[in-house]
Design a protein around this ligand. Structure first.
Ligand SMILES: Cc1cc2nc3c(=O)[nH]c(=O)nc-3n(C[C@H](O)[C@H](O)[C@H](O)COP(=O)(O)OP(=O)(O)OC[C@H]3O[C@@H](n4cnc5c(N)ncnc54)[C@H](O)[C@@H]3O)c2cc1C
Length: 394
């Protein structure tokens, strides 16, 4: 049991999103008490689809949540990339038995609300986790043998350590690293979820399909056991509104996808309400732990979504963090250092490679031709070789 000053104090987690909840559960799974403070009035996720690479299932297996995560997910038979102007198939990567044999785990897609619900139920089922809403974390003091958290309502809470899982605009990061605001990428994502019955049969596909166009891409796949259909349209734009999940502007979307394949345009037409995300990331850093305080998920290493790994990396972080704490419960600062040392190169690589993939998806002209020649006609094994660094382990 984690102790500080001879008292059994809980771990404190700032933020009850995907990262905060799985961190709390992973620590409780190892026997540590945890208090989670979420600023929102309830523990709830909005948003749309999340892709789950096989690496996240390795992490989930270690905390016993893999079956729960797969229960409502969809496992697409293949990853398809098509040219949004010509309709040509650029590449098709099978995700069936050979993929599972190679990586030891499946590839799945799920709703953000479903992944959050799996983590929330896991926390609720543990008597070591306390979930506290309407609790905005304002500040903290690391007192060397404990941490005191100050909440917006003036309350002070003591714990043995603090995990900042408070997302892209993390307050905790501000004090640990202090590198200012996130980097605005100039890319915008519009996301929508349709009911299966609202998708014409000739446009529905069981696959994870990506239409790559000049300065745009469009992704679709089924969700929630096939009852929903997820659409994500990404394009370059100078517009910037801080924050995410605001209502999108239809005219701007149409302008950016003008001239693309009818399959793309017909699906875009089906959507009445889009939500918009301004995509941001940060430069990778190391040493994101200081004394009894550390960071996790988007607070530690926010990334563009082009490798579909932000939630996966937050989950890997959580499992790694809990394992390091369990290895040296009497020296939490050392456990936190061991955790960020194990994680920073992997998460940094995903941050950097996500930018590269974004450029690759949005290529035009000669670069798009080169993309075609690089990817078309690869065998499944050649495609899997290219994924090994990411999917091969956590
Ligand atoms: C368009 C798009 C598509 C994506 N697709 C994928 C994908 O396919 N696969 C994938 O793995 N990832 C994907 N991601 C990334 C993924 O959504 C994020 O990486 C993930 O949600 C990060 O989780 P988090 O818990 O670290 O942060 P968040 O989800 O931002 O959660 C932070 C929580 O902290 C709370 N909070 C903030 N400040 C405070 C405070 N001061 N006090 C108390 N609470 C606070 C917030 O209310 C929130 O609940 C995508 C992201 C985007 C934008």
């Amino acid at each position: 049991m984690a102790t500080a000053n001879g008292l059994d104090l809980p771990f404190l987690v700032a933020g009850g999103g995907i990262g905060g909840l799985i961190a709390a559960y992973a620590l409780a799974h190892k026997g540590f008490p945890v208090r989670v403070f979420e600023q929102a009035p309830e523990f709830r996720e909005v948003g749309a689809g999340i892709q789950l690479g096989p690496n996240v299932f390795q992490a989930l297996e270690r905390v016993g949540l893999k079956a729960d995560m797969l229960a409502d997910a969809w496992t697409p038979p293949s990853l398809q990339m098509r040219d949004a102007l010509t309709g040509e198939e650029v590449t098709s990567i099978p995700l069936g038995e050979p993929f599972r044999r190679r990586f030891g785990q499946p590839y799945a897609v799920t709703h953000r609300a479903d992944i959050h619900a799996v983590y929330l139920r896991a926390c609720q089922s543990s008597n070591l986790v306390s979930l506290e809403n309407n609790c905005r974390v304002e500040d903290f003091i690391d007192e060397a043998d404990a941490v005191t958290l100050r909440l917006a309502d003036g309350r002070e809470v003591r714990g043995c350590a603090l995990i900042g899982a408070d997302g892209m605009w993390s307050r905790i990061r501000g004090k640990i690293i202090g590198d200012g605001a996130p980097r605005v990428s100039g890319h915008i994502a519009y996301r929508a979820v349709l009911r299966r019955e609202d998708v014409p049969d000739d446009l529905w596909s069981p696959d994870m399909t990506l239409w790559a166009g000049p300065k745009t891409h469009f992704v679709h796949y089924p969700l929630r056991r096939g009852t929903l259909y997820n659409l994500v349209a990404v394009f370059h734009s100078d517009r910037y509104v801080e924050g995410w999940n605001t209502e999108g502007d239809r005219d701007e979307l149409w302008k950016r996808f003008n001239g693309q394949r009818p399959e793309v345009l017909r699906l875009l037409e089906k959507i009445e309400t889009w939500r918009m995300w301004v995509l941001c990331d940060r430069e990778p850093v190391k040493d994101w732990s200081k004394g009894r305080v550390t960071l996790l998920g988007d607070a530690a290493h926010p990334m563009l979504q082009y490798l579909a790994q932000g939630a996966c990396m937050a989950t890997e972080d959580a499992v790694c963090l809990a394992e390091k704490v369990a290895e040296s419960p009497d020296d939490i600062p050392a456990a936190f250092k061991a955790y960020d040392k194990q994680r920073y190169l992997r998460t940094g690589q995903v941050q950097i490679m996500a930018r590269v993939y974004g450029e690759f998806y949005h290529a035009s002209g000669v670069t798009a031709e080169l993309r075609y020649h690089a990817l078309h006609g690869r065998t499944a094994d050649q495609a899997y070789d290219g994924m090994e660094w990411l999917y091969g382990g956590m």
